[in-house]
Design a protein around this ligand. Structure first.
Ligand SMILES: CC(C)(COP(=O)(O)OP(=O)(O)OC[C@H]1O[C@@H](n2cnc3c(N)ncnc32)[C@H](O)[C@@H]1OP(=O)(O)O)[C@@H](O)C(=O)NCCC(=O)NCCS
Length: 110
């Protein structure tokens, strides 16, 4: 398990509302399934491997959701893979991704 840590950004939109609209005592982290990085060896790319792993993680997170309130997947993503994660619905709250080795991204379970 890991956590979605809410950044201290007034404009950050969370569950359809800006953070500044929430009360001060609103929690700043929520249970999440941490998947770290999904990476596919170059020789095996585009064969559905990463999509299968993501489906496995989503299935597991949905099972955990009922027991521990896990409503997110969180990942640390290599810059070159960001678009793949975005296509899967992941978001990031990091504006400037330059010079970062990995970027924190999260997916809200539907
Ligand atoms: C991004 C990454 C996770 C995708 O893994 P994958 O197993 O190739 O992905 P899948 O086969 O499940 O998905 C393929 C789809 O994603 C798209 N895609 C692949 N890499 C992408 C990328 N970097 N950005 C956006 N889209 C990407 C493909 O075009 C394909 O689209 P389609 O279904 O419309 O044809 C993988 O390329 C990766 O790990 N990249 C980092 C490279 C690396 O470090 N590899 C070595 C690790 S040991």
């Amino acid at each position: 398990m890991g956590a979605l840590k809410i950044p201290d950004l007034a404009d950050f939109e969370f569950r359809g509302r800006k953070l500044r609209e929430y009360p001060k005592e609103f929690p700043n982290q929520f249970p999440a399934l941490l998947i770290g990085k999904i990476a596919t060896e170059h020789s095996q790319e585009n064969k559905g491997g990463a999509t299968s792993l993501l489906k496995f993680a989503l299935n597991l997170a949905n099972k955990l959701r009922a027991k521990v309130g896990c409503a997110y997947l969180v990942a640390r993503v290599y810059p070159e893979s960001i678009d793949w994660y975005r296509q899967k619905g992941f978001k990031t709250y990091v504006g400037n991704i330059a010079e970062r080795e990995t970027i924190p991204m999260y997916l809200e379970l539907s």
